[in-house]
Design a protein around this ligand. Structure first.
Ligand code: 1HE
Length: 264
């Protein structure tokens, strides 16, 4: 169903809700979902204003491609100062994707390039279809990543692979991208959204505090020195365990009401 409220008023992002799952679709297919100033602002607005019932978000692209990256038609209008502000707006928007309220699943097909790959890298899970291809053509365009790519993409594929993609313009097909670590799931053509919905339903059944810990504590701990990370882990795990949801789930398992691992 369409999502009521603010999300229904964003013309470049089509929002649909299915219970706790909110699906946001980039809706500029005639421009291959290139992200202009308006679209980046709408991504920001959408993730700040996810409806209260949302427990998971899915991001996909309308048409033949996920996203062609930065809208290059707006690039030449900016001076250096405006360029910094522009990049910071992307950072603010994608910060809400990665460190917002709910886990985000990206469905990737066709071009996942430049800023499109930066958006995909901000999501928590990536489901790719065989048509997906990945590139960072910033080098060819005379620019640099500005949407958080230099911080997020090396954490998926390593600095070395990103260096290759940026220096040589190398395009990774869906299989190469999958092997490199860009997607978690590589599914059949046309099956991306269905698969993402299945995953979303699983993610939505977790205790919200567990999902919060995975989204907010895990990447921060990974960036810490081990001793600091272990200390934060102890705090986070005690907070999660102290929650009623955890106590109930553990009781359910001990009293044989909860599924065993590996049993649907
Ligand atoms: C665009 C853009 C765009 C398409 N900005 N208008 N990104 C790139 O360098 C990728 C550039 N795009 C492409 O290489 C191709 O368009 C695709 C491989 C993505 C798709 O090809 P195709 O044949 O399906 O479409 P097309 O015919 O190339 O494009 C259709 C229309 O979309 C056309 O406009 P039209 O008015 O002539 O119909 C294209 O101009 C337009 N279009 N991509 C503007 N990117 C925060 S920093 C991030 C830095 C970056 O992202 S740099 C990478 C930019």
């Amino acid at each position: 169903q369409p999502v009521p409220g603010l999300l229904a008023q964003l013309p470049l992002l089509r929002a649909q809700a299915d219970g706790p799952i909110v699906h946001l679709q980039l809706a500029r297919p005639d421009k291959r979902n290139a992200i202009n100033d308006e679209l980046v602002a709408q991504i920001h607005t959408a993730f700040v204003n996810l409806p209260a019932q949302a427990r998971v978000a899915i991001v996909s692209g309308e048409g033949e491609h996920f996203c062609a990256g930065l809208d290059l038609s707006e690039l030449n209008e900016r001076d250096v100062g405006e360029g910094i502000e522009h990049s910071r707006r992307w950072h603010a928007a994608f910060e809400q994707v990665q460190f917002g309220r709910v886990p985000v699943i990206a469905v990737l097909h066709g071009a996942v390039v430049g800023g499109g790959l930066e958006l995909a890298a901000s999501a928590h899970l990536r489901v790719a279809e065989p048509s997906a291809f990945y590139a960072l053509p910033e080098g060819q365009r005379g620019i640099f990543v500005g949407g958080g790519g230099s911080a997020r993409i090396p954490r998926l594929v390593g600095v070395s692979t990103m260096t290759d993609m940026m220096l040589t313009g190398r395009v990774l097909d869906a299989h190469e991208g999958h092997s490199a670590g860009l997607s978690h799931y590589l599914v059949e053509a046309g099956a991306g959204l269905r698969h993402a919905m299945q995953l979303a339903r699983k993610v939505a059944t977790n205790a919200p505090l567990s999902n919060f810990a995975v989204m907010h504590a895990l990447p921060r701990i990974a960036d810490m020195a081990q001793g600091d990370g272990l200390f934060v882990e102890s705090l986070m795990s005690a907070i999660a365990q102290g929650d009623d949801a955890a106590k109930q789930r553990v009781r359910d398992f001990l009293e044989k009401r909860a599924a065993k691992v590996g049993v649907a």
